[in-house]
Design a protein around this ligand. Structure first.
Ligand code: SF4
Length: 169
């Protein structure tokens, strides 16, 4: 069993756990199709165009997480294109904070930036959130270990999901 102190799980996997467990399974089994998704193209464009004045942009930690920027107060920022998956975004940034804590960087605060909506959401890694992150790590491993992808019903987000052809054609 994987050590929750040193998980080999990307921030994207944590995000997918809260969006669609079938999507998570495909992703964890190396069926990466993000380049075909217009939503991802929009996200990449936003990452490139937003907050250009921030000097320290894109921190890659062990190829597991990518922090968009860290501001002058040491607060982590993650840039997102839409608010509809906010729970996934919150858990993703909590995971960033959790991983940094494991590495001896006890930064407890993050902000999710939604430039298109001109909205920010502040996130703090409380002990309760930490427990949620540990549960999420265990759940990601549990879903990954399934021999076949879990069943999913059609949802609104399937329309823009890069795996839609695998699921619905
Ligand atoms: S198309 Fe829908 S059901 Fe299939 S992986 Fe994507 S979100 Fe999940």
């Amino acid at each position: 069993m994987q050590n929750p102190q040193n998980p080999d799980i990307t921030g994207t996997a944590i995000n997918y756990l809260y969006i669609c467990q079938r999507k998570l399974w495909f992703y964890r089994h190396d069926l990466e199709m993000e380049h075909t998704s217009e939503t991802v193209d929009l996200g990449k464009h936003l990452h490139e165009e937003s907050y250009q004045r921030e000097k320290r942009r894109e921190w890659d930690i062990d190829s597991l997480i990518k922090i968009d920027f860290i501001d002058k107060h040491g607060i982590l920022h993650d840039i997102k294109s839409g608010t509809s998956m906010e729970t996934a975004h919150i858990m993703q940034i909590c995971y960033y904070l959790y991983l940094l804590k494991q590495k001896g960087v006890p930064n407890r605060k993050g902000v999710i930036n939604y430039p298109r909506q001109r909205k920010t959401t502040e996130v703090e890694l409380t002990p309760e959130r930490e427990k949620e992150v540990e549960d999420a790590i265990a759940k990601v491993n549990e879903i990954t270990a399934l021999p076949t992808p879990p069943h999913a019903e059609y949802m609104k987000i399937c329309k823009s999901c890069s795996y839609q052809e695998l699921c619905w054609s």
